[in-house]
Design a protein around this ligand. Structure first.
Ligand code: NAD
Ligand code: DAU
Length: 353
């Protein structure tokens, strides 16, 4: 790749930090500008190992702050945007839909409009890459997969806000000719994930002998992809994706929640040296999530056939690595679970159940 200035939004979050690490190390000739406002989910500790690299810059900025974003485009001569910044947790969107509309819709619009102004008249060699989710497609029954052509049918305020942002990205491509690309990925897991999400939350609770709150009957199905594989897919699409196109990202790896939870219990107990079955009694069935989508399953054939991308890891290996990472990085977890997150946890798992 030729020398470029790449703006990554939300680079201090879970997926963003993995992507920033990949780009900084793989493209030393490019400048990677990480723009993040550092909400509860943004954590610069996720990027300790790259913060001193000469091609890495962090800018604290809210994507909704149009004038400040404009300065970032000007000061850093941005050529490409990879947009990940978002409110990302479905349960929080049920409690506070406004902040999801603000960040995910208005924030995306602010970035699109800034890219259009900054690049106006010369879109050649520019790219606005929007990172989205499979949740925009809604919920599947027992059979079938989400294709790139599947009609949007979001059910949560989170997925509705992501669907809306996808529509704006396509509208900017179709109306103004902005060079855009979109990817829709399935559930990610791996290191540095905020422990409000199922996998890090449950590993942490198993370590601390706390109840494991399974929504409904635990029969919902999610399609899990190792976060480094999502980052490598974004890199592939960023480098070779067709302008105006959409790519689904996934690893054909569906798990019923309760089966996944049993794998988490078995792996965590084993790595902690506890007898098999120790934490089984922590499973606690609680009231279901409102509007809970039954099943997600991505068909990533297009990405494989057109751009040659495939996931690098089998799930068993990925989950072993992930549990090990959380056990070896207790300090990272403790820094997060002390403070404001404690209050969220107390409210979320007492008042809503
Ligand atoms: P995350 O919640 O871990 O990180 C989000 C980041 O965005 C944080 O660093 C936060 O500080 C930042 N941010 C939030 N609001 C901002 C604002 N107004 N201005 C600037 N920065 C802001 O999220 P994640 O799980 O890493 O997800 C990243 C992206 O990938 C999101 O767009 C999400 O919709 C999408 N996605 C996530 C998954 C998944 O399984 N986690 C799967 C598919 C797609
Ligand atoms: O599919 C991609 C999406 O995956 C991303 O767009 C979202 O940003 C990301 O948060 C994730 O959404 P989910 O809602 O699927 O992830 P979560 O980890 O919150 O929940 C996974 C499943 O586990 C879901 O069926 C709800 C269930 N669950 C979750 C929590 C937090 C529980 O049973 N108990 C819990 O405490």
């Amino acid at each position: 790749m030729k020398s470029k200035n790449i703006l990554v939004t939300g680079g201090a979050g879970f997926i963003g930090s993995h992507l920033v690490r990949l780009l900084v190390n793989k493209y030393p000739e490019c400048n990677i500008i990480n723009m993040d406002v550092l909400t509860y989910a943004g954590n610069l500790a996720n990027l300790k190992d790259v913060e001193d690299k000469p091609n890495y810059t962090f800018v604290k900025c809210d994507i909704c702050d149009f004038e400040k974003v404009k300065d970032v485009f000007t000061n850093h001569k941005i050529d490409h945007v990879i947009h990940l910044a978002a409110e990302s947790h479905v349960d929080r969107s049920i409690i506070d839909p406004f902040s999801f509309a603000q960040t995910n819709i208005m924030g995306t619009l602010s970035l699109l409009q800034n890219a259009k102004f900054a690049w106006e008249g010369n879109f050649k060699g520019k790219l606005f890459y929007h990172v989205s989710t499979d949740e925009v497609y809604g919920s599947l029954g027992d059979k079938g997969f989400f294709l790139e052509t599947t009609a949007y049918d979001p059910h949560s305020p989170y997925s509705a806000s992501k669907a809306s942002s996808d529509h704006f990205v396509r509208a900017f491509h179709d109306t103004y000719g902005l060079p855009t690309v979109i990817s829709n990925c399935s559930n990610n897991y791996g290191s540095y994930q905020f422990p409000e999400k199922l996998i890090p939350l449950f590993i942490n609770n198993i370590c601390n002998n706390k109840p494991l709150p399974v929504y409904g009957k635990g029969e919902n199905i999610r399609d899990w992809l190792f976060v480094n594989d999502h980052a490598s897919a974004i890199d592939t699409i960023f480098s070779n994706g067709k302008l105006g196109d959409t790519y689904n990202i996934g690893g054909f790896n569906e798990w019923k929640n309760i089966d996944l939870i049993k794998v988490l219990i078995e792996t965590t107990d084993r790595l902690l040296g506890r007898p098999k079955g120790t934490s089984d009694t922590l499973i606690t069935y609680v009231t279901d999530r409102a509007g809970h989508d039954l099943r997600y399953a991505i068909d990533a054939t297009k990405l494989k056939n057109e751009l040659g991308w495939e996931p690098s890891l089998q799930f068993e290996e990925g989950i072993e690595k992930t549990v090990k990472w959380y056990l070896e990085n207790k300090e990272w977890m403790e820094n997060i679970t002390s403070g404001a997150y404690e209050q969220y946890y107390a409210d979320m798992y007492t008042t809503s159940k």
